[in-house]
Design a protein around this ligand. Structure first.
Ligand code: ADE
Ligand code: ZN
Length: 341
């Protein structure tokens, strides 16, 4: 299969996205527009200047700019607009289901009410479902560089919006902030009926992935790259059918991998891990979900069958009902079969 037809194959295949920070979809043009209407200053003078700053040496380098960008979001309409822009994008990429993260503490710490944030995001997602049929779940992430007590406060606020939130997650600066720091808040979240996920093994060691599994009792591991350093962990992840939400362009831009040829995705698939492809923070890392599929398929010379496996994995690993998962997986199989005719 040549590269053009592989690109078409990826474009058309139905897929889900499971690792996407809504604040990471904030494109520079929209950032300037929203900053202007909110009378907020951005450190950079133009879109071009801002884009030039998107050169990261590591996760923290990126997070500094990402939090600064998110700082211009003030009103419900702002949260609606970034979510809508993301949906417009993925509606053209055959993403039929999305499970998005948001970071409430990034906003509540600046005095923005929790409801302003989640209502804006949720309204756009509902409108998007009506317009494009894209189903969705919302996951609220705790910022791991802050204290557990701050996460607990965010969880208490979230209880008023429980019907809108499927799961809690853990993101931000990984090294030095292990999952075990958040044992009690995750325990309480599970008691209240939330599912749990956590970023682990992005920059941090395999040990953090063990903690995500055993202490936070996650249903998915976000990233999980460093799991491959520990063969016992790999076997455990396989045994548990634990999904990994892998983000190739993010790994490249944050220097988690030297180049995409060295990316562990193919090894993950060959070992039988339930890996999925996602965009993480597409406005900062140079591509939405299809660009991630394209880049990694080209770098690792993935076959059509491997690409179809990744798309099926995205539904298997989702928080959809089993019946819906089966229907969506059938859609992938039907698509794959048709392209072979
Ligand atoms: N917040 C947004 N993107 C992130 C990432 N890749 N890792 C940790 N925290 C994040
Ligand atoms: Zn992430």
């Amino acid at each position: 299969m040549n590269n053009t037809s592989k690109k078409d194959f990826i474009q058309g295949i139905p897929k889900a996205e499971l690792h996407l920070h809504i604040e990471g979809t904030f494109e520079p043009e929209l950032m300037f527009e929203i900053a202007k209407r909110n009378h907020k200053k951005i450190k950079y003078n133009s879109v071009e200047e801002l884009k030039k700053a998107y050169n990261f040496d590591n996760l923290q380098d990126f997070l500094n700019i990402y939090y600064e960008g998110a700082g211009v979001l003030m009103k419900e309409q702002d949260f609606y607009d970034i979510t809508w822009a993301y949906l417009e994008k993925i509606s053209s990429q055959n993403v039929i289901h999305t499970e998005i993260f948001f970071d409430p503490q990034t906003h509540t710490e600046r005095g923005i009410p929790f409801g302003t944030v989640i209502n804006g995001i949720n309204e756009a997602l509902k409108e998007g479902q009506k317009k494009w049929g894209i189903s969705f779940k919302i996951i609220m992430c705790f910022l791991r560089h802050l204290e557990e007590s701050a996460a607990m406060k965010a969880l208490e606020e979230a209880l008023d919006y429980k019907n809108m939130i499927t799961a809690v997650g853990l993101d931000s600066s990984e090294i030095g902030n292990p999952p075990s720091k958040f044992q009690r808040v995750f325990e309480r979240a599970r008691k209240k009926g939330f599912l749990t996920v956590a970023h682990a093994g992005e920059e941090g060691p395999a040990e953090y992935v063990w903690e995500a599994l055993d202490v936070l009792k996650v249903s998915r591991v976000d990233h999980g790259n460093h799991s491959l350093d520990d063969e016992n962990l790999v076997q455990e992840l396989i045994k548990r059918k634990m999904p990994l939400t892998v983000c190739p362009l993010s790994n490249l831009k944050l220097k988690v991998v030297k180049n995409l040829q060295k990316h562990p995705l193919k090894t993950m698939l060959q070992k039988g891990l339930l890996a999925t492809i996602n965009s993480d923070d597409p406005a900062y890392f140079g591509g939405y979900v299809n660009e991630n599929y394209w880049a990694i398929a080209e770098a690792l010379n993935l076959s059509e069958a491997e690409i179809a496996t990744l798309a099926k994995n995205s539904f298997k690993a989702s928080f959809l009902y089993e019946k819906t998962k089966r229907e969506m997986i059938k859609g992938v199989n039907d698509y794959h079969r048709q392209t072979m005719l």
